[in-house]
Ligand binder design. Structure first.
Ligand code: APR
Length: 269
């Protein structure tokens, strides 16, 4: 495993370029590359991560793990809490950040990697819809998408666009089931269709590029270990070391916003 510490204060160190070159040679020698992104991918769009120094959980404490059972117990109460702002401070901070967020150069570089066939798909743990906004096609949102509603019975999803519902939506038009945001709550199982699609991509991958994730939350993080066990080469782009670092062929200490455009440029050279 090669550990490359990258740039400081805008100076692109030789280390970073050496790391990019190593990643280029691995990706060029791979036939099926899958990206796995986390909150760090959207930090440069103004969305705080969950863990680490500036993390929401670090700042506000870990969230309760029974969000989903509370919702199912009394969905109207859950929606009413939103209207009278009786919601947790971390949700207000996250909601405001999400409302103003725009894709950054790193998101567009992922689209460029996809368009030139260097990356076959991306599994994101982010609910921010920024990859979709940037134009990524082969995208799996394993924790859901904040701009969609989903029926918890039949799985029907409805796009909200920029509309943010403040009141309980009508039952599912397909099956009359209970409708919630598409985002996966703590204690909620990952929808089967999304989990199956993620597993199918990981099973095809001979290289996985983990970007801005602490690789701590299952089942998403478990897919990285499954891929590595199956022989895929793991590459990491992260500002800090993570639990995944020892499994990586290359671990690049850089931000997503600076490393990914450089990677696209190097692959296009
Ligand atoms: N570029 C690259 N990496 C970054 C950047 C950046 N600009 N900023 C932070 N990071 C790294 C951090 O070092 C950390 O390892 O991104 C990672 C973010 O980790 P987490 O906050 O734990 O986010 P994530 O791995 O996506 O969390 C998984 O946990 O709370 C749940 O549902 C939530 O989807 C989330 C899941």
């Amino acid at each position: 495993m090669t550990n490359h510490t990258a740039q400081h204060n805008g100076y692109i160190g030789g280390e970073l370029l050496a790391g990019i070159d190593e990643i280029v040679s691995i990706i060029s020698g791979s036939s099926y590359v899958v990206g796995m992104t986390g909150a760090g991918m959207s930090v440069e769009s103004g969305i705080p991560p969950f863990r680490g120094a500036d993390g929401l959980w670090t700042k506000y404490g870990n969230p309760s793990m029974d969000g989903y059972s509370q919702f199912k117990k009394n969905p109207d109460d859950w929606w009413n809490r939103r209207t009278n702002d009786k919601i947790d401070a971390h949700i207000i901070e996250l909601r405001d950040a999400l409302l103003n967020a725009k894709p950054h150069a790193g998101h567009y570089a992922l689209v460029g990697l996809e368009q030139r066939g260097a990356m076959q798909s991306v599994i994101t743990q982010n609910i921010d819809a920024l990859d979709e906004k940037a134009g990524l096609q082969n995208l799996i949102e394993i924790h859901g998408n904040r701009t969609k509603l989903r029926c918890i019975e039949c799985g029907e999803r409805v796009s909200l666009g920029d509309f943010v519902p403040m009141y309980a939506p009508d039952p599912c038009t397909h099956c009359n089931g209970l409708v919630k945001f598409d985002t996966v709550m703590f204690g909620e199982p990952i929808p089967e269709d999304v989990m199956a699609a993620s597993r199918s991509e990981i099973d095809k991958a001979d290289c996985v590029l983990a970007i801005g994730t602490s690789a701590t939350v299952r089942p998403a993080s478990g897919l990285l270990w499954i891929a590595q066990k199956a022989g895929a080469t793991i590459i990491e782009i992260n500002t800090t070391e993570t639990k995944l670092t020892p499994l990586c062929e290359v671990s690049l200490r850089s931000t997503a916003g600076s490393a990914l455009p450089l990677l696209l440029e190097a692959l296009s050279a």
